[in-house]
Design a protein around this ligand. Structure first.
Ligand SMILES: [Zn+2]
Length: 209
């Protein structure tokens, strides 16, 4: 995978036109990770690219590792919404948005788990979190999806000099994504590049995914 003319190039990348976004993104400083709170990655990509949808993202990464690029990396996408990072608003003006296909928080009924839109999620894909609000259930990311996402983020860090990864929930209290199922520590290790070189060599196996 590589970035050519601000687009990912690889056999597993599909370009989805999203003409509603055209404002230049001059210097991305941060990558914002999201989940789609939806089902299939392709459907979410098409939904986000639709001109009637008041949201978008640069890329959507499906559970099978397929990547859909909607917006070139030198154009602003509408992923961050209202909110701020270190007191700076209009986060879309200095960030790249990466969406992971994932159903988000799940509802438990007896010993079955369901997405908010009703689809049953197999038990093997349920991530259990224990926090201040008790036990909650979340849709697990797939190892392949995380590996591809880390590869995309690593490329973005190298190409644009980005040194920071945050979650949507870090910029607005209204959002929970990417949620407790997202493995921040391992992901940052795999995706970020330090000033004196990569944290982990690009060809090293990614631990923990
Ligand atoms: Zn989000």
């Amino acid at each position: 995978m590589q970035i050519i003319s601000h687009l990912l190039v690889s056999p597993n990348v599909t370009r989805v036109a999203c003409p509603k976004n055209s404002t230049p993104l001059e210097r991305p400083e941060v990558i914002v990770m999201h989940y789609t709170a939806g089902g299939d990655g392709r459907d979410s990509a098409l939904y986000l690219a639709d001109k009637a949808t008041r949201a978008s993202a640069h890329v959507v990464i499906a559970r099978d590792g397929q990547v859909f690029q909607l917006v070139p990396f030198n154009v602003r996408a509408w992923h961050a919404g209202a909110g701020s990072l270190d007191g700076r608003t209009n986060v879309n003006a200095f960030s790249i948005g990466v969406e992971l296909a994932n159903s988000g928080r799940l509802v438990r009924r007896d010993d079955r788990w369901f997405a908010w839109y009703g689809q049953e999620i197999p038990r093997a894909e349920v991530h259990t979190a224990r926090g201040a609000d008790g036990v909650t259930y979340w849709h697990a990311y797939t190892p392949l999806q995380l590996r591809v996402a880390a590869r995309v983020c690593r490329l973005l860090c190298e190409r644009y000099g980005i040194r920071r990864l945050v979650g949507h929930s870090d910029i607005t209290s209204r959002k929970q994504d990417p949620g407790p199922a997202f493995p921040w520590e391992a992901f940052r290790r795999a995706a970020l590049v330090e000033d004196d070189g990569p944290v982990v060599p690009a060809d090293a196996p990614v631990m923990g995914f």
